[in-house]
Design a binder for this molecule. Structure first.
Ligand SMILES: [Ca+2]
Length: 183
């Protein structure tokens, strides 16, 4: 069939559909929305959880044009989190999480991503964590295989550090939690 034929067919299908168009996500797509993952067009659902101010910043880009700049404002630990209770849609099964990070500090800053699997009501079923190596000014990618337990319908993400003093900067980009194919 010609390209034009397919277009006409697609239009006819769209016109006869009753509900909103449902787009199936590829099995490897990111559970986090595009802005939260990439910071390219906005700050997504990131919130300054404790001891930080956050901003979408071109200087914090590992990929694309922007990343998440996290400035520590108090000593003894810091944290950012996704703020879209009860979280992004998710399903049980094998996943892979990853993120890029770097830091502008002489201290031993480590960024830990916590992935919280929740049921439909938002109840926490399992928390899995992946910790970066000690961060430097060079970007480093941290990755881990995860398993969402039975009953998982939602996922939320935190990135925290146990160290930090005011003025420390941590930059994050390309944060991913993706399903590893359908089971
Ligand atoms: Ca980016």
């Amino acid at each position: 069939m010609t390209r034009g034929g397919w277009s006409a067919l697609g239009l006819a299908a769209a016109l006869t559909a009753c509900g909103p168009v449902v787009i199936d996500h590829a099995p490897t797509s990111n559970l986090l929305d595009a802005e939260t993952a990439s910071l390219e067009t906005g700050s997504g659902v990131w919130t300054a959880w404790f001891a930080v101010t956050i901003a979408r910043a071109p200087t914090a880009a590992r990929e694309g044009d922007a990343g998440l700049r996290v400035e520590v404002t108090e000593p003894y630990g810091w944290g950012v989190a996704t703020d879209n209770w009860p979280g992004f849609a998710a399903s049980p099964g094998a996943h892979r999480a990853s993120f890029w990070a770097r830091a502008t500090s002489g201290r031993s800053l480590v960024a830990e991503m916590k992935v919280k699997w929740r049921d439909a009501s938002g109840r926490e079923l399992r928390v899995e964590a992946l910790s970066s190596p000690v961060l430097t000014g060079q970007w480093v990618r941290t990755e881990r295989e995860l398993t969402a337990p039975a009953g998982t319908e939602r996922v939320s993400v935190e990135v925290t550090g146990a160290e930090g003093t005011p003025g420390d900067i941590i930059e994050l980009d390309s944060l991913v939690v993706q399903a590893q194919g359908s089971l």
